[in-house]
Design a protein around this ligand. Structure first.
Ligand code: ADP
Ligand code: MG
Length: 295
């Protein structure tokens, strides 16, 4: 393509809400055949709500909300914000943790009112040799079967509760994914969340169950991209989180949600300003037009 065509393409991109880092990016955009989509914050809104609290025998809901809410209040994760907001709404206020650590892809741990508290995936509890009692395991299973995310709460060495949170699919995602497919790309859903939740989101937006890659640790997202590239695919990755930055940089084309973190935006080649996946389809179309594959 001529420099003029590339400049026109870049300018047209800006009008469509697509910020392109350099004119050469359009060249890679045209070639991608696979598009990896992060789930939380990319395909879904990332605005989660606390829907239910299931407690173990002898555990008070208010205590679960106070201890888990206090810890999650110190984290910026979308799940943490849902738990903290739900707890604040019910209790009015929350204590400040004496100690706090974020464990990426697993949850949070810390000390609240003298109790050692864990909030996160069941796997986080397993690392401390704790498991959910039968009643809570059942609640977790039912929540996940309904497409919700189940979060475990433990303190002082015992699993005490399961929290249900849910996140809505963006109303633009299904349309955008069908447009990407029509442009010849294979969409793949990639997430740290569990398989059942991931498959229910996939079904809602038209991604095949075999193209769902779930329960991936943040540092392994980049390896998923590498593996697809090793299969000979030309890979675009769309993401919004700090945990997506390495994968965005590794992908042949990194697309960052403009509504996401600075780390993702810096790592991407393209920014979808409005956080609407339709702009990804627009970018592919624009690159093909600019570079003369379609008129
Ligand atoms: P995604 O890849 O979908 O953006 P993450 O890698 O951030 O998700 O998190 C993966 C999983 O780890 C979440 O679905 C949740 O089960 C758990 N998790 C992570 N952070 C937290 C937290 N602060 N509180 C509770 N659970 C968490
Ligand atoms: Mg995300």
């Amino acid at each position: 393509a001529t420099p003029t065509a590339l400049m026109v393409g870049t300018g047209r991109g800006a009008q469509l809400g697509i910020l392109i880092k350099g004119p050469e990016v359009l060249e890679t955009t045209r070639k991608v055949d696979t598009i990896v989509l992060d789930k939380t914050g990319t395909v879904t809104t990332g605005r989660m709500t606390l829907l239910a609290v299931h407690t173990a025998d002898g555990t008070e809901e208010a205590e679960v909300l106070r201890l888990a809410g206090a810890l999650e209040n110190a984290s910026e994760h979308p799940i943490a914000q849902a738990v903290a907001a739900g707890a604040t709404e019910k209790l009015g206020g929350l204590p400040t943790p004496e100690d706090f650590a974020n464990i990426p892809g697993l949850g949070v741990q810390g000390i609240v009112e003298g109790h050692a508290v864990l909030v996160g995936r069941e796997r986080l509890l397993a690392e401390w040799a704790m498991e959910l009692p039968a009643g809570l395991a059942r609640a977790r299973h039912e929540a996940e079967a309904a497409g919700r995310t189940a979060i475990a709460v433990a303190w002082d060495g015992e699993a005490r509760a399961v929290l249900e949170v849910a996140d809505a699919v963006k109303d633009t995602s299904a349309e955008a994914i069908s447009r990407l497919r029509a442009l010849g790309l294979t969409p793949i859903l990639l997430t740290g969340d569990n398989e059942a939740v991931a498959k229910s989101v996939a079904a809602e937006v038209g991604i095949s169950p075999q193209d769902v890659i779930a329960e991936v640790m943040p540092e392994d997202k980049v390896n998923v991209v590498k593996r697809l590239q090793a299969e000979g695919r030309s890979v675009a990755m769309v993401g919004d989180g700090v945990n997506d930055a390495a994968a965005l940089a590794q992908a042949d084309l990194g697309l960052a949600m403009g509504t996401g973190t600075d780390a993702a935006i810096e790592a991407g080649d393209l920014t979808l300003v409005r956080g609407d996946l339709n702009a990804a389809a627009d970018a592919i179309r624009l690159s093909r037009k600019t570079l003369g594959t379609i008129k």
